[in-house]
Design a binder for this molecule. Structure first.
Ligand SMILES: [Zn+2]
Ligand SMILES: [Zn+2]
Length: 357
């Protein structure tokens, strides 16, 4: 059975659980770990059965609970390399130090570790950001200190956390003097149990789910949308995009389910409370999709094949669910029925009922 459950959608947090065969994947981890688990259980999903986390891009509303969730479950995180690096830069603000300072830091970390070998990291999610999804700090180069990613898609099957517990760096031997591994979790907020890289345009598999990532126009390092397929069911995932370019139109065909952004009503955004630069950003070709743009796609380019069309990432300040719904209904022009194009709205505050195929 294939199942798709949107746990949260909007600029305060995005998370979706998708299962196919024996594989369960979390798409984005934009809620705090605690809230994410609460919503999963509310939706009848058991968090400990997740096999992997897949990330669309590094904006806070998509990664807010990422590190804590991945560590708690001991599961790998799949990113593009650009997104992973941007996420690390966001968590590790620019730090400049001399060689002597660095050496001193490494010595201190080693001494601390010897003193308290069992110390657990003080894990906490970054604070909620009430703003529209904001990118983190500007680019600064950092070295990647992750588990080497597999380039072989067949290697994608995720470990079962129950059988294969997450490595605990606090129990590992003394740190590599070259500093490849952090001394403790506390020292490195970017530490993850395992990191795997994928590239837009190159399909890969995680267990029983095949994933086709595609580039989307959005102001992040290397943002992607996805088509997930399993057991012959195809699920399209496209939020956080300024417009729908031909490559995205191409991907969003022959789907059984489409999750499409319907972020804002143009008039509400223009007359709304955001400062002008933020309005410009949302409206730009690398911002967010308006109700009109989503409708235009649904009317002109969408093939009408999906059983479900879910509108997502609705702005709480610049949209009303009814405006998004009416615009999409008009665009689907009587193509909606019990069997095709059932229109649903994903919510920021509660999970959408699971959709099964
Ligand atoms: Zn975004
Ligand atoms: Zn977003």
């Amino acid at each position: 059975m294939v199942r798709f459950t949107v746990l949260a959608s909007g600029s305060r947090g995005n998370c979706t659980v998708l299962s196919g065969g024996r594989t369960r994947i979390l798409v984005d981890a934009g809620l705090s770990c605690r809230e994410l688990f609460r919503r999963m259980r509310l939706a009848g999903e058991e968090p400990t059965t997740l096999n992997a986390i897949v990330i669309t891009h590094e904006h806070q509303d998509h990664v807010n609970g990422l590190a804590v969730t991945a560590r708690k479950l001991g599961i790998p995180v799949y990113f593009t390399e650009g997104t992973h690096r941007a996420w690390m830069r966001w968590l590790q603000p620019r730090r400049q130090m001399s060689y002597a300072q660095w050496l001193e830091m490494v010595r201190k970390q080693a001494a601390e570790r010897q003193a308290e070998p069992e110390t657990e990291a003080g894990e906490s999610d970054p604070p909620d950001d009430p703003n529209e999804d904001s990118p983190g700090e500007p680019a600064v180069e950092n070295s990647v200190q992750t588990t080497p990613a597999s380039s072989d898609p067949a290697q994608g099957s995720a470990p079962n956390p129950a059988l294969d517990p997450a490595p605990n760096p606090a129990l590992d031997p003394a740190p590599d003097p070259l500093g490849e591994r952090p001394a403790t979790l506390k020292d490195d907020p970017t530490w993850l149990p395992a990191v795997e890289y994928f590239q837009a345009g190159q399909p890969f598999s995680i267990g029983d789910v095949c994933i086709s990532p595609f580039t989307i126009p959005h102001d992040a390092a290397d943002p992607v949308g996805f088509v997930f397929s399993s057991e012959g069911v195809r699920l399209g995932f496209a939020t956080d995009l300024g417009y729908i370019p031909p490559n995205v139109r191409e991907q969003l065909r022959d789907l059984d389910l489409l999750l499409l952004e319907s972020n804002h009503d143009l008039e509400m955004l223009r007359d709304g409370p955001y400062p002008w630069p933020v309005k410009q950003r949302v409206l730009s070709r690398v911002g967010h999709l308006s109700n009109d743009a989503a409708s235009e796609f649904l009317a002109a380019d969408y093939d009408g094949q999906a059983a479900y069309v879910i509108l997502g990432h609705l702005s709480e300040n610049n949209n009303l669910p009814e405006l998004a719904r009416v615009a999409a209904e008009r665009a689907l022009l009587g193509r909606a029925s019990l069997l095709a194009n059932r229109l649903l709205l994903a919510s920021q505050h509660e999970p959408l009922s699971a959709i099964s195929f």
